[in-house]
Structure formats: structure tokens, C-alpha cells
Design a protein around this ligand. Structure first.
Ligand code: FEO
Length: 169
């Protein structure tokens, strides 16, 4: 049986992953209407990924005899100044998510819940990858600056950046 403290922390994480999915979805929609098709596809795919992060937690809680709480999802930021603005927000958001995951990992040790500790290791690895990807993309956008040709190529190639990251993870 899962302890209440752990259950509360995991349920909060469900909300954070759900909010993450909405944030990526809003970013995808923004990119799509700006004509940044590659970036939109990347962000739509990532919104789906965040939903799977949420579902994984729901199933884990229920399988451990707890009850997952499905929260109301906050309205995310809808408008962005540029792609650089989008990926800066992503990096900051993923750092925030990593801190939340680390807090849960710390709590599992305090509560001697080694099953949840083991389960959370997947999220620890995933966060390393998510932060790395956001930093890599942001570095590229910083290099491109205001160069429209560079931005065109970036938008064409961004989907393969995610594929490359997933195959090396
Ligand atoms: Fe599921 Fe991007 O954290």
C-alpha cells in the first residue's frame, strides 16, 4: 500500500505532467500558425510524450493500491515572442520539473519506499534527456540569431533532432 505522503507527491506530479502537456500543446499551436511546421510537429509530439508521463504515474499509483487524482489542467501561456522564447520557456520548465522529480526521489528515501524510488528512476533519466535536448536546441537558436535562412533550416531539421535524441537515450 502506498503511503499518503508519497501518494500526494505523485498526484502533484500527475498535475505537473498534465500541465506540461498543455504547455507544449499551446507552443505547438503557436508555431503552427506562425508557419513553423517542423517546430509545430516537434512540439505536438512532445505534448503527447508529456501525456504519457502523466499516464505512467496514474497507472503506477492505481497498481500500488492508491487512487490517482485527475486534476483540472491550468491554461498555459498562449503567446510567445519567438522560437527562442519558446525554447527558453521549455528549458526553464524542464528544470522546474526535474526539481520536482528530485524532491519525490528524496521523499521516497525518507519514507523508505524503494518501489516508488525504483519507479522514479525512469523520470530521473528522462529529465536529463529533456534538459539536454532543450539546451541543445537553444544553443542552435542562439547561433542562428536573426538569420531567416538559418531559421528555415532549423525548422526543417528539428524533428530529426528529437529522433536522434530518442535513439541515443
Ligand atoms: Fe515530463 Fe518534460 O517532463
Amino acid at each position: 500500500m502506498i503511503k499518503d505522503k508519497i501518494l500526494d507527491a505523485l498526484n502533484k506530479q500527475i498535475k505537473l505532467e498534465g500541465d506540461s502537456s498543455q504547455l507544449y500543446l499551446a507552443m505547438a499551436s503557436w508555431a503552427e500558425v506562425k508557419g513553423l511546421e517542423g517546430s509545430a510537429n516537434f512540439l505536438y509530439a512532445h505534448a503527447d510524450e508529456e501525456r504519457t508521463h502523466m499516464l505512467k504515474l496514474v497507472k503506477f499509483i492505481n497498481e500500488r493500491g492508491g487512487k490517482a487524482f485527475v486534476p483540472q489542467i491550468e491554461e498555459p501561456k498562449q503567446d510567445f515572442a519567438s522560437l527562442k522564447d519558446v525554447f527558453t520557456a521549455i528549458l526553464n520548465h524542464e528544470i522546474f520539473v526535474s526539481e520536482s522529480i528530485n524532491d519525490i526521489v528524496g521523499l521516497t528515501l525518507e519514507e523508505r519506499d524503494y518501489t516508488t524510488h525504483n519507479f522514479m528512476q525512469w523520470y530521473v533519466s528522462e529529465q536529463i534527456e529533456e534538459e539536454r535536448l532543450a539546451r541543445t536546441i537553444l544553443d542552435k537558436l542562439n547561433m542562428i540569431g536573426e538569420d531567416k535562412g538559418g531559421l528555415y533550416l532549423f525548422d526543417r531539421d528539428i524533428v530529426s533532432m528529437d529522433v536522434a535524441a530518442n535513439t541515443t537515450a
